[in-house]
Design a binder for this molecule. Structure first.
Ligand SMILES: [Zn+2]
Length: 160
């Protein structure tokens, strides 16, 4: 995972100053909240290293701490009130777009899935969490054609 962080900086997705991890206590909080659900190791490493943010990685996606601590209750309410197609049992929801596209892990599968309201069937979006991170990094690196300018960081890109 530390090599992934190195690559993120190399690819211009983030500046080293913008990478902020969760404390041990915060990671434990997420694990406790997940209860019987065994969270993927790569996801826990992601929280430790980047749980509070990593520049443009997952820009537009609500994934950073404390998002996962609220999302599972939200998903259960959402399933009850708005979207009967949404199954919440045996799943851990860890991110969302605008509240209607939900990313989750499934206890029976290594993959990462997305449920979109009204679509019925969930989609497999990555074979595992590490692959999701790599896809997202590639996507955000491609999004900034000129590469990272450092504008979003206090150092203004003068040092990485
Ligand atoms: Zn910086």
């Amino acid at each position: 995972m530390s090599r992934f962080v190195h690559n993120l900086i190399e690819m211009g997705v983030t500046c080293s100053h913008q990478i902020s991890g969760c404390t041990v206590k915060e990671v434990e909080e997420v694990v406790r909240y997940a209860g019987d659900f065994r969270l993927p190791d790569h996801y826990l490493a992601f929280l430790s290293l980047m749980g509070h943010g990593a520049g443009q990685l997952f820009r537009g996606t609500s994934i950073y701490y404390p998002e996962p601590l609220e999302l599972n209750d939200y998903a259960r309410e959402f399933a009850e009130d708005d979207d009967p197609d949404l199954v919440t049992e045996g799943r851990f929801f860890f991110a969302h777009h605008q509240g209607y596209q939900l990313y989750y892990f499934d206890s029976q599968h290594d993959g990462v899935f997305m449920h979109s309201e009204g679509e019925g069937q969930a989609r497999l979006i990555a074979v595992d969490f590490m692959r999701l991170l790599q896809q997202e990094a590639t996507c955000q690196a491609g999004a900034s054609v000129t590469g990272y300018t450092g504008k979003e960081c206090e150092c203004a890109g003068t040092s990485r």
